[in-house]
Design a binder for this molecule. Sequence first.
Ligand SMILES: Nc1ncnc2c1ncn2[C@@H]1O[C@H](COP(=O)(O)OP(=O)(O)OP(=O)(O)O)[C@@H](O)[C@H]1O
Ligand SMILES: [Mg+2]
Length: 385
Amino acid sequence: MPAAGLNLWPQLHQELSGPFSEDQFLASHIMDSTTDCFFALDRNWRFIFINKAAETFFRIKREGLIGFRYWESYPKILGTVFHRNFLKVMVHREPRNFETKTVYGKAWLEVRVYPCRDGICVQFRDISERKQSEKLLKETNERLIQANEYKTEFLRNMSHELRTPLTAIIALVSGMQMKLSEYSPERMEEYLNTILKNSKRLLGLINDLLDFSKAENGKMSLNLTEAKIGDITSDVVKVLRPLAAEKKIQIRTEIRDRETVIADIEKVGQVVMNLVGNAIKFSEANGKIEVSVYDGAVPEGTFLVVADSGPGIPEDEQDKIFDAFYQINRGLNKKYQGSGLGLALVKKIMDFHLGKIEVTNRKQGRGAIFKAFWPAYPCFEKDLD
Ligand SMILES: Nc1ncnc2c1ncn2[C@@H]1O[C@H](COP(=O)(O)OP(=O)(O)OP(=O)(O)O)[C@@H](O)[C@H]1O
Ligand SMILES: [Mg+2]
């Protein structure tokens, strides 16, 4: 439609100065039926033609514009990109195209300006939707590029994470194979313990990876039962205390929940394990961790709060740490083990429970505070079937 409208201009503008012919009536009728806006200005910047679409756009009857100078009706136009381009076409008699926001900044316009006898013709259309789609596309592209960067980084990390325990296992087993008879039972036990520890680390890593990839495909299945978040938390903290003790970190627990929630006990355990595990990992020696569990009234459910005395999370990274593979100062913080999947998995698990996870920093002193919420009676999609 717009292309057809454009071709009519030469015919129309030739007619503009003469008496109205039948052809001109036809042309102006067709111009009125296009969705593009058109208007024509004579060399004194006076409106000599406005089509219906332009009339609607300007929200003024054409009788109120015809014969008036452009800036008498639109004083704000002076000095703008419109004015500059219109002037160039008036002077140089060369067509120009440009995209810009309206003077009032609400919509995006695509504008074509043509010399038309001794004046100019202007065709424009609202391209806000296209601009919006372009913006979305650009944002999606940027996100994809970033995700790809994380993945590359992740592969590098993952190879490192897999190789370290595997190398240790292979070195120990090869040594044992060669000099088995020379090893004392104590040494043997120490080596076997190391092998077991490294094997468990590998298994944990692979399990995280599998769980995450299942959740990514929407296939995480929850084994729902009545669960007491406080009990699960106490069990997990018990397992993690020796790890904290290695860094002389104190873990204080305050378990006050009385109600149960409907949840997957194993997955809740994974959440607690990840949050308290991170608190231990990222805190300096002699740090303090507080773990509290309590019921919430509105909406009904249970909260778990893990607060540490580590470096905290910079505000602009607080959203990102829940992305898969994201690690703050990835390059620099390789002093910590990990692949950057822990919190992404936590987020997925909380989403699958229709719960919530958020992070803030302590207002006083240093440290991060992670707060998870499980609704007491989540309403799953399958319940609605
Ligand atoms: N309690 C915390 N204090 C400071 N930084 C944290 C804390 N928890 C998480 N982070 C930051 O968020 C990043 C992502 O955490 P996440 O648990 O997903 O990954 P990870 O612990 O590095 O690896 P993984 O959990 O897979 O072993 C961490 O690398 C770290 O930079
Ligand atoms: Mg982690």
